[in-house]
Design a protein around this ligand. Structure first.
Ligand code: ADP
Ligand code: ZN
Length: 216
């Protein structure tokens, strides 16, 4: 199964993606995670991406598309994957279609995570993430058992550099201008499955699974 997950920053798409990865044995491809690990390791790609990420802007397609294309060729993608954070522009979506067409593949479903706007800023600014496994926590709503330590893998839990109020506002603007149009793009192809994440992640996952079954 090949899935895309779309949603505003802080909508919980990363958390849902990690659950779906386990359920369907998929590779989880988070472009944000790939950029962050490059930044952490001080690679040239990381250095370049950081200047955009810190401002809440998109990393240029010229960097992002090639990076994803290389990732999709890795062995763990052969049995299916969930793309989290890509595509984020119509140009990226078209590039993805072309990449897949070349290998006779296609996307099976596009999950759209729905959350009210007011909830987002609040959730993102109190979010914390594990540097090692990528799990998300929240100092207000889902604290770790031991402060700063991941419940799942024992890794260090930190606040992302771009999870401050100012950058979140810029990321939301970027989302509405560039990424939200993708919902119509994929709706036209009959691929959208909605996940309502206003209440909690369990009910969100349930609505996604029902939607996936209905798509067949
Ligand atoms: P979120 O969805 O919470 O903003 P991500 O971890 O998906 O977080 O992305 C963090 C940042 O990485 C984005 O704000 C953007 O700068 C960059 N980024 C991630 N994916 C892409 C992409 N497909 N195209 C361009 N930039 C991206
Ligand atoms: Zn962890």
């Amino acid at each position: 199964m090949k899935l895309i997950i779309l949603g505003a920053p802080g909508s919980g798409k990363g958390t849902s993606a990690m659950v779906l990865r386990e359920k369907y044995s998929l590779a989880h491809i988070s472009t944000g995670d790939i950029f962050r690990s490059n930044i952490k390791n001080g690679t040239p790609l990381g250095l370049e991406a950081k200047s955009y990420i810190d401002k809440g802007q998109l990393v240029p397609d010229s960097i992002t598309i090639g990076m994803v294309e290389a990732r999709l060729k890795e062995a763990d993608c052969a049995n299916g994957y969930i793309l989290d954070g890509f595509p984020r522009t119509i140009a990226q979506a078209e590039a993805l279609d072309e990449m897949l067409a070349r290998s006779g593949d296609k996307i099976d479903a596009v999950i759209s995570i729905v959350v009210d706007d007011q909830i987002i800023t609040d959730r993102v600014t109190s979010r914390r993430v594990c540097e090692k496994c990528g799990a998300s926590f929240n100092v207000k709503y889902k604290p770790t058992k031991v402060e700063g330590v991941c419940d799942i893998c024992g890794g260090k839990v930190v606040q992302r550099a771009d999870d401050n109020e100012e950058t979140v506002a810029a990321r939301l603007k970027t989302y509405y201008e560039n990424t939200k149009p993708l919902i119509d793009f994929y709706q036209a192809k009959g691929l959208i499955v909605e996940g309502d994440n206003n209440v909690d992640s369990d009910s969100c996952i349930r609505s996604i699974e029902e939607g996936l079954k209905a798509l067949g």
